[in-house]
Design a protein around this ligand. Structure first.
Ligand code: GLU
Length: 260
């Protein structure tokens, strides 16, 4: 099946860009990736089970798995992928500095981000929630009013809390490991973030609890530099995601990483 995707993409590439039109070929990110024969992708290592390193230091999780699927679709092999670790705060910068070709990093599509980035179709829908220590009196976001909450810099929860709850004290960290350590040390009674990432923490630590209420819808999508040079690449990525979704492979991947 993937060989087929690869063939279709190559045909699309030549039909869309026109063989022999060198100028246009150079200004097309999909062509650049094919010419380099390498795909560089920004992923998380602090967002288990979406992006983390295993004991051997290998990139694991649903996001790197999707990135490998994209590499197979575009280049015919996932050996041609190079991963670069990004955080919530530096992922956009790493895209614009050219360090990565795309970001697959628990990144929600928002109207504000759409002004700066282009996105694929969503491949997952998360929702903001609260992680607390088991037995905590905090049960809802409202219970946090005039108290403190832990967030990760550059995340949608940082943005929504600063706007919607100005009286809330916000303690920010660069990574989710640091945020988790801060919760354990009692720096604040809750972490506010996506249920997916918080569930990852709760799966590993029975002394913390993911509360049931969801406060937002967070559609995760692959992010690209904004502009015409990304168009064919986005089309290719959408084609791969749609095909892998229809044939059930994405579902199998989610199951492998205990993602609902
Ligand atoms: N999905 C949210 C975001 O894009 C939060 C998860 C994250 O820190 O990446 O900001």
């Amino acid at each position: 099946m993937l060989k087929k995707i690869f063939a279709v993409l190559l045909i699309t590439l030549f039909v869309c860009c026109g063989c022999g039109q060198k100028q246009q070929t150079i200004e097309n990110d999909l062509n650049k990736i094919v010419e380099k024969d390498k795909l560089t992708v920004g992923v998380r290592t602090d967002a288990y089970p979406f992006g983390y390193l295993d004991k051997k230091g290998h990139y694991k999780g649903y996001d790197p798995a999707i990135a490998r699927t994209i590499a197979r679709g575009i280049l015919g092999s996932d050996k041609k992928i190079k991963f670069v670790t990004v955080t919530a705060a530096d992922r956009m910068m790493k895209l614009y500095s050219g360090d990565v070709d795309m970001i697959v990093a628990t990144m929600s599509v928002t109207p504000k981000r759409r002004q700066l980035l282009d996105f694929s179709d969503p491949y997952y829908i998360a929702g903001q929630a609260l992680l607390v220590k088991k037995g905590s009196k905090i049960r809802t976001l409202q219970d946090l009013n005039k108290k403190k909450a832990i967030i990760v810099f550059g995340s949608t929860s940082e943005n929504s809390l600063r706007t919607a709850m100005p009286t809330l004290g916000i303690i920010g960290y660069k990574t989710y490991e640091q945020a988790y350590q801060a919760l354990k040390k009692g720096k604040a009674p809750a972490i506010v973030s996506d249920d997916t990432i918080l569930l990852g923490m709760a799966l590993k630590d029975p002394t913390v609890e993911l509360l049931p209420k969801r406060y937002t819808k967070e559609p995760y999508a692959v992010a690209f530099r904004k502009g015409p040079e990304s168009k064919d690449l986005i089309r290719a990525v959408n084609y791969i995601i749609e095909t892998e979704n229809k044939n059930g492979n994405l579902k199998k991947l989610r199951e492998a990483y205990h993602i609902k």
